[in-house]
Design a protein around this ligand. Structure first.
Ligand SMILES: Cc1cc2nc3c(=O)[nH]c(=O)nc-3n(C[C@H](O)[C@H](O)[C@H](O)COP(=O)(O)O)c2cc1C
Length: 259
């Protein structure tokens, strides 16, 4: 049986319309869930780098949210001054979106991490346990071999000793640079020192094996076969812990904490 041209065109248009409606309504319908998952993901990463939950513990979402709300205080800060910015809604602030918005960012000074723009404001986290500040968590990012690594670093209240590090998004090769995800490598970080006595950023990933945190406090083992990623991690830490990153925030924290 042969159909007329009008029938074929009408049929194709009807199929397109039905598909368009299906795709559009699922995109709109799923948006709140995607937002909720994004938020849960951020909470999980922050709690993990703070050492409050085990990596991959698979806790129920209510438990994660309750723990986050009980222990973590989120703050939007002005990156250049380090001062808190209470005018921005912390619950919805997206630092990465801000960094790519020309109205809410500025050109980064030349840097080895290939960070091109810096957000005017950044999202940082204070961890409180039993009412006492136990950690400062800062977002970090920078280029490895294949792309930008995104993560967090947690510092002890002395703003110098590292409590943990995590990278939650990157494009490095599994088994090589992708070993930044390896819990054994991440376990090498706690107890190392981000800064020396004079406040210079010293922490870095060396080529080869580092000593214990007591004997070799500024170095972490290199990732074997992945010197470029290792260098990238060093560069991004030096950048974000330095003057152009969270230097002003850490300086103002030290004044407030009297250290
Ligand atoms: C397919 C492929 C993927 C690679 N992925 C990475 C990587 O993710 N990170 C990295 O630093 N080097 C990676 N390398 C290796 C680099 O090209 C370079 O050889 C290495 O960083 C040198 O590290 P080494 O001095 O420890 O051997 C990769 C190489 C190949 C061929």
């Amino acid at each position: 049986m042969q159909h007329s041209t009008g029938y074929i065109v009408g049929f194709a248009v009807a199929i397109c319309l039905v598909c368009a409606i299906l795709v559009a309504s699922s995109a709109v319908g799923l948006a709140p869930r995607q937002e909720a998952n994004k938020l849960l993901d951020r909470q999980t990463k922050v709690l993990t780098v703070a050492g409050l939950i085990e990596e991959g513990a698979g806790l129920p979402r209510e438990e994660i949210t309750a723990l986050f709300e009980a222990t973590i205080q989120q703050k939007v800060i002005d990156l250049k001054t380090g001062a808190a910015n209470a005018e921005i809604d912390v619950a919805t602030f997206d630092q990465q979106a801000a960094a790519s918005d020309p109205d809410r960012s500025f050109r980064a000074p030349p840097n080895a991490s290939k960070v091109r723009r810096l957000p005017n404001n950044a999202l940082v986290f204070d961890v409180f346990e039993k009412g006492e500040l136990t950690a400062l968590i800062l977002p970090i990012e920078g280029y490895g071999l294949w792309g930008t690594l995104y993560g967090y670093i947690a510092l002890e209240p002395d703003a110098r000793t590292i409590l943990g590090i995590t990278f939650y998004k990157h494009k490095e090769t599994p088994g090589l640079g992708g070993e930044v995800d390896n819990p054994r490598w991440k376990a090498l970080w706690p107890g190392r020192l981000a800064f020396d006595d004079r406040g210079n950023t010293r922490i870095g990933v060396k080529k080869g094996v580092a000593g214990s945190p007591e004997k070799d406090p500024y170095n972490v083992d290199g990732l074997s076969g992945a010197t470029i990623t290792s260098r990238g991690v060093t560069a991004l830490l030096r950048f974000w812990l330095g003057e152009d990153g969270f230097g002003p925030y850490l300086a103002s924290y030290r004044v407030r904490a009297g250290i």
